[in-house]
Structure formats: C-alpha cells, structure tokens
Design a protein. Structure first.
Length: 128
C-alpha cells in the first residue's frame, strides 16, 4: 500500500470521524482508534523489512543483539506512547496524554542506562 492509499484512507476516516463525532462523540473516538490501528497494521510489513535490515547490519558490525533489542524496545515504547497520547488528545484528554508521554520517557531512560554505561566504559578503556 503506497502513500496515496494511506493518505486517502486517513482522509476518508477523518471525514467519517468528524461526521460521527457531531452525533455521537464516543463513537468518533472509537473510529479514531480503529483508523489508527488499521494504519499501524498496514505498516507492519514495512516495519518488518526495516527490522531485517537493522539485524543484518548489526550482524555485520558485530554488535551484540542485547543492544539491538534494547534500542528496538526504546523505539517501540516511543511509537506506542505517541500513538496512545494522540488518541487521548483526540478524546480531549490532554492531561492523560502528557502523563503517558512522561511515563514513556522514564521507561526509555531506564532502558537506555545500560547502553550509556557500556559506552562510557568503552570510552574509559580507550583513555589511558
């Protein structure tokens, strides 16, 4: 599915959501969530291709899969948190969206600490 089809689906979903929201706001939010999930599912093949390339590059560079797994978890947390926060904002709950983003940042920081420590240890080993 190319970008024109994605944008067309998004525009059709947006028009439908706006029309439904005026009559039944709760259904508008559900349609928004459904449209977001469908768009995400349509991109899973592309995400899989990117993952294959990253794994291949990691193998060639001799980088530990532990680091790759951590980086992919961080990316996943960022995307999922952004998706959830946008849904909350669409529903008019900006405060909850901000809390989701804050929690995701803390989780990312926790996952990133071992990588930062490993980089610092590598730098300390390089300095005589």
């Amino acid at each position: 599915m190319d970008v024109i089809q994605i944008v067309a689906f998004g525009l059709i979903a947006t028009v439908l959501i706006v029309v439904v929201k005026s009559q039944r706001p709760e259904l508008g939010v559900l349609l928004s969530v459904a449209a977001g999930v469908i768009l995400f599912l349509l991109m899973l093949d592309k995400i899989g291709s990117i993952m294959d390339v990253i794994k291949d590059l990691t193998d060639r560079a001799g980088i530990s899969m532990v680091y790759l797994g951590t980086i992919l978890k961080i990316i996943g947390i960022a995307y999922i948190a952004e998706f959830g926060a946008q849904i909350c904002r669409d529903a008019g709950e900006g405060a909850v969206a901000t809390k989701i983003e804050f929690a995701a940042k803390i989780m990312i920081l926790v996952l990133a600490v071992p990588i930062v420590v490993a980089v610092l240890q590598l730098l300390l080993n390089l300095v005589p």
